[in-house]
Design a protein around this ligand. Structure first.
Ligand SMILES: [Zn+2]
Length: 254
């Protein structure tokens, strides 16, 4: 083996002393230091392996305890499904997953409901969107509104456009990720949108709010809680004046 006469000044990585090395890659001043460092690395490795095993055991135990329980918390449901807590709440809020609220802090979800949700949520690839469409007489439709244009022109909400589109079977096409609606059909359907009812029995949300000084949520909660009759006209919600008055009007002495 060729020996080099080069001497490189280095600091021992174990004892910190300065020494002269023959190679740049030498890390320790002597065999003893090299062995100490090696043993230290081995100890560190064993420690990490042991810790990893403990963590794995804890996770497995937690998973097993979840698997055998009939009712799970929101967090446990999230863990089980491999999603974030928030995703579970979204499923609950959208009525897709049943949840039982036992107290304001305790919510439980049945395993059966989780499995039912999964089994009924089969991924189905949507069929390719149509890129051209024809009207009732078989004539190709060439003029369209975007959803946004309808919202602006007729003063309706996004969901109303889609609801009416479905209800009236308005021909539509998809173009570059946007839904385009047949212009003539839209003009017919949305222009016929009834004006706020003349009928005095009905009163709009905004009028009730103004009269009783309520926030939208407060009023909405009253309506929900008392199960008041509602009707939607365009983007406006109407309730029966007599019903809300009966709840909110202070009793009068006769
Ligand atoms: Zn050393």
């Amino acid at each position: 083996m060729a020996t080099s006469t080069i001497r490189i000044k280095k600091i021992c990585e174990w004892c910190g002393k300065e020494f002269e090395a023959q190679k740049c890659s030498t890390r320790f001043c002597c065999k003893r230091c090299a062995e100490h460092a090696y043993k230290d690395r081995q100890r560190h490795k064993r420690k990490q392996e042991t810790e990893a095993m403990v963590i794995e055991t804890i996770i497995r135990q937690r998973e097993e305890s979840v698997i055998h329980r009939a009712y799970l918390s929101v967090q446990e449901t999230a863990d089980l499904m491999g999603v974030k807590r928030n995703a579970v709440y979204q499923l609950i809020y959208h009525g897709k997953l049943k949840a039982y609220r036992l107290t304001s802090r305790v919510t439980r979800i049945s395993r059966i409901d989780i499995e039912e949700l999964l089994s009924t949520s089969l991924y189905v690839r949507k069929s390719k969107a149509k890129s051209s469409v024809s009207d009732e007489n078989g004539e190709a439709i060439s003029e369209f509104y975007t959803t946004k244009e309808i919202i602006t022109k007729f003063g309706v909400s996004n969901s109303w456009v889609f609801a009416q589109g479905k209800a009236h079977n308005i021909p539509k096409v998809y173009h570059r990720g946007k839904t385009l609606w047949s212009k003539t059909h839209c003009d017919r359907v949305f222009a016929a949108k009834p004006e706020p009812p003349k009928d005095d029995d009905w009163i709009s949300y905004s009028n009730v709010r103004a009269e009783y000084n309520l926030t939208h949520d407060q009023l909405h909660n009253y309506v929900k809680y008392h199960g008041l009759r509602r009707k939607k006209v365009g983007k406006y919600t109407y309730i029966l004046k007599s019903e809300i008055d009966a709840i909110l009007r202070p009793p009068t002495l006769k």
